[in-house]
Design a protein around this ligand. Structure first.
Ligand code: URA
Length: 193
């Protein structure tokens, strides 16, 4: 594990730990406030993210931004990353070996950000972070606490594009997050800002 962002970012620059390096245009490392109380974890970059090197800037990201606006979440105040940092071809799900090869980077990001809350966007994030025994349909909207971090699983924003009815759940789940974060004072982050 690296103790600084500079070391971590340097270590990933020429990553070829899995086969996704062969087809990527950019490594999509992560974006946002490196001192955030709230972190979002998605699945992996799509075409727009691969092109720009920034997570959630495509259609799903725009929808997430709309939800953020509705709920008063400032994108620049949260930290956003993915399970895999290189685009899986044709937007397929990341394969197990790809997720395993990439997870240490994400773990290191979590250690450096020290978020109080992590929103898990969709099944891939849920299963890779909390375990294969978790299913998104049953788990979404329910807090899971592990090692001092509160996790809120919810639908992946791309699922909302396919099924509009999921939008209500998504907003409901994120509302719980906003309520918790606004009702609890930051214990150790304020003085760092
Ligand atoms: N979907 C994801 O899971 N992550 C992104 O960055 C974009 C789309």
């Amino acid at each position: 594990m690296f103790k600084t962002w500079e070391e971590l970012e340097e270590s990933i620059k020429n990553c070829n730990r899995c086969k996704l390096w062969k087809t990527r245009r950019n490594i999509v490392f992560g974006t946002g406030n490196k001192n955030a109380r709230l972190m979002f974890i998605g699945e992996g970059p799509g075409a727009d993210e691969d092109r720009l090197g920034i997570p959630f800037v495509g259609r799903a990201g725009k929808l997430m931004d709309l939800a953020f606006e509705t709920l008063g979440i400032d994108r620049s105040e949260v930290y956003i990353a993915n399970i895999v940092k290189c685009r899986p071809p044709s937007n397929r799900n990341p394969e197990n070996d790809e997720a395993m090869a990439c997870l240490n980077y994400l773990r290191n990001q979590v250690i450096l950000v020290k978020p109080e809350i992590i929103v898990l966007l969709g099944s891939v994030a849920l299963k890779n972070i909390l375990g294969k025994e978790y299913g998104i349909t049953d788990s979404r909207g329910k807090w899971v606490e592990k090692k001092g971090i509160k996790y809120m699983p919810t639908w992946h924003p791309a699922a909302l594009l396919r099924d509009e009815t999921k939008k209500v759940d998504f907003i409901k789940d994120l509302k719980k997050v906003v309520e918790l974060i606004t009702s609890t004072k930051s214990e150790n982050k304020d003085e760092k800002r």
